[in-house]
Design a protein around this ligand. Structure first.
Ligand SMILES: [Zn+2]
Length: 387
């Protein structure tokens, strides 16, 4: 292995050069295969084609055959760049300026995937022939999309093979400002609810001949927002409910519309399941007068990996490298950890999330190098070879 292959910056740049906008792979996973195979990894190139989503390429790679099996998880797909004219440099031509690496996926999360590889190479070369456990990579090309043919399918495939993972770190960008800010030990659940209210269209000067669905909708929505869903729990902030749109499709000033539709986004903590949220909402809506149709779609249930051995390992590694102790948090949106939590303890830790999904996405070069060191320390601590 030459020196640039040990350098997480160089590996990050190689990954960014592949324009892997979901669900396209554009050769991004080949970068991992070419890196991991020579290290002794058994690489499984897995394309799933469930018609409910776009066909997507994924990688499961494993070094070793004995347990425990420590798993790095993440994704090589990225969100579209938006208007290229808004970027100071080509999003797929990595460029270092003022100590930062610019390119689509730098923060979310190609640099973290690069760090997983360089950290693993570093660890394995130090551990030598004596290393008995397993290290695996579960990397999907379908995290930013609908996740139909991604991590969940790989996990099902692992079950079919009778293969288990024992602990997992997902490299999503978890930090608001610095590398020592935040480890995520759980996530809130997320769901969208659609409400439809039927009325009777009519002249606004003769409202007694019509039935205004907007007025009914306002009463219903008020019943949802008037009282908080809860006060929060030991490891979670209070659940939130936000009305994200109300639509009546009415261009006229003198017409009462026939129907109104509203959409509500709910982020719920471990005091609820999606089912209990729906029961709660129905109770409030029925009490407010009813007369609605409801549909909903659950993006993910809430989950928590209670503070324990894995979070301690990660926190210790961060402290060793940065000198500061991070917070254990459950804030933010959902991630593929929601699927992994059914298999083993999982925590999330990666770079700074400030520029994720934005124009001129970037990561500090110093942070990339420090993250690789932290990931190496995680492996050392997990496999008990530290100090
Ligand atoms: Zn991500």
């Amino acid at each position: 292995m030459n020196s640039s292959e040990r350098d997480p910056l160089a590996v990050s740049e190689t990954l960014i050069r592949h324009p892997s906008v979901t669900p396209a792979d554009a050769g991004a996973l080949d970068v991992l295969i070419h890196y991991l195979r020579p290290l002794g990894f058994d690489c499984h190139d897995l394309t799933f084609e469930d018609p409910a989503g776009e066909p997507t390429r994924n990688l499961y790679a494993r070094f070793g055959t004995e347990g425990p099996n420590f798993c790095w998880a993440g994704h090589t797909d990225v969100v579209p760049p938006g208007d290229l004219a808004d970027w100071a440099s080509d999003p797929y031509q990595p460029e270092v300026r003022d100590g930062r690496l610019y390119g689509r996926g730098a923060a979310d999360m190609k640099c973290a995937v690069a760090c997983m590889m360089t950290a693993t190479a570093e660890f394995l070369s130090a551990a030598g022939e004596d290393f008995k456990g397993s290290i695996s990579f579960l990397i999907t090309g379908d995290e930013e999309g609908d996740a139909t043919n991604g991590t969940k399918k790989v996990l099902d495939w692992l079950i079919d093979r009778g293969e288990t993972i024992d602990a997992c770190v997902v490299g999503e960008p978890t930090n608001p400002d610095t590398l020592s800010d935040m480890v995520k030990i759980g996530r809130r659940g997320s769901m969208n609810v659609w409400l439809d209210v039927e009325g009777i269209q009519g002249h606004s000067a003769y409202p007694h001949l019509a039935d205004n669905p907007i007025h009914k909708m306002l009463t219903l929505l008020n019943s949802l927002t008037a009282v908080p869903l809860d006060e929060g729990s030991d490891h979670f902030q209070p659940s939130t409910l936000q009305v994200t749109t109300v639509d009546v499709d009415n261009a006229a000033t003198n017409v009462i519309p026939a129907r109104a539709t509203a959409r509500v986004n709910i982020r719920f903590n471990d005091l609820h399941s999606s089912d209990s949220v729906i029961t709660l909402l129905k109770g409030r809506l029925d009490q407010a007068g009813g007369g609605y149709e409801m549909r909903y779609k659950v993006s993910g249930e809430s989950f928590l990996t209670p503070p324990g051995a894995l979070s301690k390992t990660v926190v210790t590694a961060i402290e060793d490298v940065t000198g500061k102790k991070p917070e254990l948090s459950t804030t933010g949106g959902t991630s593929d950890a929601r699927f992994i939590k059914d298999h083993c303890p999982v925590v999330e830790y990666g770079l700074i999330n400030q520029t994720a999904h934005k124009v001129n996405e970037n990561a500090r070069v110093d942070d990339i190098r420090a993250l690789s060191k932290i990931y190496t320390r995680i492996l050392e601590d997990y496999f008990g070879s530290s100090r």
